[in-house]
Design a binder for this molecule. Structure first.
Ligand code: SAM
Length: 261
């Protein structure tokens, strides 16, 4: 599993580098659900949520919300943010392939390439089945990945993220460990370095993990194989006017799946 414990276990520092405004994304998802289910969205789960940026905004809008992440440090940190913002969220530290909710939800989301941590097809199918088991009828599953044109097994590039807050500056560098590309299984090893200056104290945390690169047609095939979800469409961004294609504006691969009736 691509757990990156050195990074994901330090939720406070992750948050400084990755916090962002997801209003447009939440607007899009709310309208998407209305269009496909024919009723307003009333509940959602933010899966592999990290600090739960989407969860926090959905909850602030009155949607019953769950934040799920494998790392308890992330869900504990999300809990603190929710208290600060005065919103109610249920937090679960569980695996996206095996979780079980007490009550199904209308919408499930994985954002920011979180699916790349599932390193084989069986894991993706298990995840799709877990999602379907926890969706209401007509419920939607939306996943967000980078357009494979811009980041692939062969051309990953180097990604840098940084931020500053309360005397702490964080820089995170994500790059492939080039010597180990497993072309047969579409998996590559990655190195992550997190450089922190926490009120004058310097730290460097390094980690390694694997990521898997699935292509759009594979996602469609695995959806069919799961037997529990139907493929609906892809978008190239969180916008209805941006198809998934090779145009410059198509920076994301947004997959939309619906619970099979
Ligand atoms: C790239 S971060 C995305 C966080 C968040 N969605 C965001 O938009 O900032 C990926 C997250 O996936 C979580 N994760 C990795 N494997 C997981 C699994 N099997 N089940 C649930 N969460 C997992 C990690 O702990 C990490 O917080």
């Amino acid at each position: 599993m691509a757990e990156y414990n050195e990074v994901y276990g330090r939720a406070k520092y992750y948050d400084i580098a990755f916090r962002r405004d997801v209003t447009r994304e939440v607007d899009f998802l709310t309208e998407l659900y209305q269009r496909h289910a024919g009723k307003p969205l009333s509940s959602m789960i933010d899966i592999a949520c990290g600090p739960g940026y989407h969860a926090l905004l959905f909850a602030a809008r009155g949607v019953r919300t769950i934040g799920l992440d494998l790392r308890p440090e992330m869900t504990e940190f999300g809990k603190e943010l929710a208290v600060q913002k005065g919103v109610e969220i249920e937090w679960m530290a569980e695996d996206m392939r095996t979780f079980k909710l007490d009550k199904p939800v209308d919408l499930a989301l994985t954002s920011y390439d979180s699916l790349d941590c599932l390193l084989d097809q069986d894991s993706i199918i298990a995840h799709f089945r877990a999602i379907a088991d926890n969706l209401t009828p007509k419920g939607l599953y939306v996943f967000e990945m980078t357009n494979p044109r811009d980041c692939s097994l062969w051309e990953y590039g180097e990604f840098r993220y940084s931020g500053k807050a309360n005397g702490v500056s964080v820089e995170i560098i994500w790059r492939p460990e080039n010597s180990n590309v497993d072309i047969l299984n579409q998996v590559t090893d990655m190195e992550v370095e997190m450089r922190v200056n926490d009120n004058g104290k310097e730290h460097v945390f390094k980690d390694r993990a694997s990521e898997r690169f699935a292509l759009p047609q594979e996602f469609i095939a695995l959806t069919k194989l799961s037997g529990t979800l139907n493929f609906v469409t892809f978008y190239g961004d969180f916008r209805f006017d941006q198809p998934f294609d090779n145009s410059p504006g198509s920076r994301r691969l947004i997959g939309v799946l619906q619970k099979a009736s």
